[in-house]
Design a protein around this ligand. Structure first.
Ligand SMILES: [Zn+2]
Ligand SMILES: [Zn+2]
Length: 423
């Protein structure tokens, strides 16, 4: 695969509707004057010479089948959409996996956990979450990661980083404190049968006004924060540095001076590019006044996104935060191309980028719809000792048990206990 995808190549997307993923123009040799015939070895998939052999490249990523190189970053879009739910596209979530084994979730927007879970990564490896801001399309699935991970193998607390707000009640610590209060019933009923440890969330709140400040530094990974301009004080963008590589995860924002300065020369720069005002009217039912405000002041228009990218010149630009379909994609691409002509992805869910000094490769994830959680290396912590946690079920409810159900399952339980040598 060629190192740089020409934008005209990218524009030539072939939609494999039946297979449910996009195949990008990978050969990089298209000129825009029509398709040229390329040698089969150069074309997507590579040359297949043996009818019973393996193919050299299926231009897809099967999670868990590739070792990440020490000096490599793999970034997976687990959500690229909008607050309104859509089966095809969850709300914002990017998973960064770096060559030392560490993994970082940037935002955990509504619906995104189905894509995260389909990667079948042990929950112990998914314990670090960085929030750009507190709109639900950026943290609406925290509950799913929190409780789902708790029941499915996470052995320690979730670690969460997020910005302060202009006042205490607009900050991440306040939000998580009240999140845990909201899910009090969930936690108290699980605590009775599971260790409470994985149900804890440790919050590291950092100043949203801090510019290029280090918010995380461990094992050769540095994550910095820059302010963003979006809806209210508090939102930020993140810059991840590892092995001499720089990946910028832009949160919701109007184009801002901090992104221009600190995202410059990034290897991969993610920035929102919103639906065009016309499409907001046409598809989202917004009034023209509202569409113009949302599409050009609270968010970033395609033309402004292009200007940001042609200014900071990343090795590869990624636009997201719109429902990406035929009806919107072309309008956004046309807007971006007015101001930017470099390497570009207009993201959909399950797009994956492998980033190294040598090349940036974009593919699609192919993962199971019916994924199970997989065990990690750590032993699950013991549930609380009997009598140490109050029983959340009173006698009034217990006395309502219908006894014929016990009789009906007695034989099955007996066999099960024999099989597992239980008393
Ligand atoms: Zn937002
Ligand atoms: Zn958003």
């Amino acid at each position: 695969m060629k190192e740089k995808l020409k934008f005209l190549g990218i524009a030539s997307i072939v939609v494999l509707a039946a297979m449910g993923f996009y195949l990008w123009g990978l050969n990089g040799s298209q000129t825009g004057t029509g398709l040229e015939i390329v040698k089969s070895a150069e074309a997507a998939g590579g040359e297949v010479t043996d009818p019973v052999g393996t193919a050299p490249d299926r231009y897809v990523y099967y999670p868990g089948t590739e070792k990440l190189k020490k000096d490599e970053i793999r970034l997976i879009a687990c959500g690229t959409g909008l607050p309104a739910a859509r089966r095809d596209q969850a709300a914002t979530c990017f998973l960064a996996e770096v060559g030392n084994g560490d993994k970082f979730l940037f935002d955990i927007g509504t619906g995104s956990m189905v894509n995260v879970a389909a990667l079948m990564i042990p929950y112990d490896f998914l314990d670090k979450v960085f929030l750009t801001h507190l709109h639900t399309d950026h943290w609406g699935d925290l509950a799913t990661l929190w409780a789902g991970g708790w029941t499915a193998g996470r052995t320690g607390p979730l670690r969460l980083w997020g910005p302060t707000g202009a006042t205490e009640d607009m900050g991440t610590a306040y939000a998580v404190d009240h999140f845990l209060k909201t899910f009090n019933w969930d936690a108290k009923t699980r605590n009775f049968v599971l260790s409470p440890k994985p149900g804890e969330i440790t919050v590291k709140e950092f100043d949203y006004k801090a510019v290029n400040a280090v918010v995380y530094q461990e094992n050769g990974v540095t994550i910095r924060s820059i302010p963003a301009i979006h809806a209210g004080d508090g939102p930020v963008s993140f810059i991840l540095e590892y092995a001499g590589l720089k990946v910028v995860i832009g949160g919701d924002t109007f184009p801002n001076k901090w992104y221009i300065k600190y995202a410059a020369n990034a290897d991969l720069a993610i920035h929102e590019t919103f639906l065009t005002p016309s499409d907001l009217v046409k598809w989202y039912g917004q009034s023209p006044g509202q569409a113009l405000g949302v599409g050009t002041q609270i968010h970033t228009s395609p033309q402004a996104f292009g200007k940001v990218m042609s200014t900071i010149k990343p090795r590869h630009a990624v636009g997201y935060h719109f429902f990406n379909e035929q009806g919107t994609h072309d309008d956004i691409l046309r807007g971006v191309l007015q101001t930017y002509s470099g390497p570009l992805s207009l993201a959909v869910d399950n797009m994956v980028w492998n980033i190294s000094k040598e090349k940036i490769v974009e593919r699609m994830v192919v993962s199971p719809d019916q994924a199970w959680s997989v065990a990690g290396p750590n032993k699950p912590p013991k549930p609380p000792a009997k009598g140490t946690v109050p029983d959340p079920i009173t006698d009034f409810i217990k006395e309502g048990r219908w006894e014929p159900a016990e009789a009906a399952q007695a034989e099955m339980i007996k066999e099960f206990k024999e099989k597992y040598k239980m008393k």
